[in-house]
Design a protein around this ligand. Structure first.
Ligand code: COA
Length: 297
């Protein structure tokens, strides 16, 4: 389909990215997908919306500048608790876990809903083959309840704002004299690639060391699904077998912060995750920001 209007091919895209197909939003709204994911997670957790103490929504772009997406989700699922949006790019799920964990440790919450809802296919110029072939849309949600399954979270940020960015114009004021233009997603692919491998390898090594573990002690390493070659490079750095790295990039592409919870849910539903398993989640994205979490089931 892409090759019909872009100078590209499956022979270029698949070996370089690992993407075969992905989901692209059409007339449905992102908030509808977010609410559906939230309701499914609540049903799976056996928690009602009324029992939620906090909702965190991770999102990079959606049609609303205001109100926040988390408030729209709150109304859609019938919750009444406080809610907050975060934009930590593709690392949003890990940052949301960190906020939830902090709130829980402070004794302020029992049940937290995290929803990652992303439509990154609406960020690049679809005539730009270097970006438009990478992304897929989706939403993933998780309910966190009391416990000590999160063994640690490591976050890092390294400002490099010219490597991956998009700019939009706002309404003019009488005082703005310079011309303003919308800039679709811009990416220095090789810089982002190198950052991703280094940041994720460092985050994972750090979180394991903090818990007196090595990668050999971990059962599953769930990486942000940005590019299969990034995943393979991190796998090689950690010297771990391929089967520790569940992947779905082939059918989803890069769905930004939704990637981790969608992959987690797929692993859970296909019986891959067993009680007692140790999981590392690691994600990275524009900013740059990155983070890893160690979870024991
Ligand atoms: N189809 C065909 N050719 C393409 C293409 C496409 N979709 N996209 C780029 N090319 C061309 C380039 O124009 C370039 O041509 P040239 O050599 O004639 O100049 C050539 O392919 C190589 O481009 P390059 O950018 O060096 O390729 P790459 O091997 O670095 O792969 C990415 C590009 C984007 C796949 C890779 O850099 C990447 O995955 N980076 C990380 C991106 C990412 O994960 N972003 C999100 C992070 S959350």
């Amino acid at each position: 389909m892409l090759a019909e209007f872009l100078d590209t091919s499956d022979e270029w895209i698949y070996p370089r990215t690992g993407v075969k197909s992905r989901y692209v939003i059409s007339d449905e709204k992102l908030e509808e997908m977010a609410i559906e994911a939230a309701n499914k997670a609540l049903a799976d957790a056996g928690i009602t919306a009324a029992e939620l103490d906090y909702i965190i929504c991770s999102n990079v772009v959606n049609e609303y500048i205001t109100p926040q997406l988390s408030c729209i989700i709150q109304g859609g699922i019938g919750a009444t608790c406080p809610c907050i949006d975060i934009n930590c790019a593709c690392a949003g799920f890990i940052y949301a876990l960190d906020i939830a964990e902090s709130q829980y440790r402070a004794g302020r919450v029992r049940n937290v809903l995290i929803v990652c809802a992303e439509e990154p296919t609406r960020m690049p110029d679809w005539a730009d083959r270097s970006t438009s072939v990478l992304f897929g849309d989706g939403a993933g949600a998780a309910v966190l309840t009391g416990g000590d399954n999160i063994k640690g979270i490591s976050l890092s940020s390294a400002s490099a704002t010219d490597k991956l960015y998009q700019k939009r114009t706002l309404q003019p004021t009488p005082y703005i004299t310079k011309e303003e233009i919308d800039i679709p997603l811009q990416m220095k692919g090789q810089d982002v690639f190198k950052f991703a491998v280094k940041a994720s390898s460092t985050d994972i090594t750090k979180i394991l060391a903090q818990n007196n573990l090595t990668a050999n002690d971990v059962d599953h390493i769930l990486l942000h699904q940005a590019n299969i070659r990034i995943i393979h490079a991190i796998r090689d750095f950690l010297k771990q077998p391929d089967d520790k790295f569940p992947v779905n990039i082939e059918s989803h592409g890069n769905s930004s912060s939704s990637s981790c919870p969608i992959l987690l849910d797929e692993c859970r539903r296909n019986g891959r995750l067993l009680p007692g398993d140790k999981i590392v989640l690691s994600a990275f994205g524009a900013g740059f920001v990155s983070g890893a979490a160690l979870i024991e089931l």
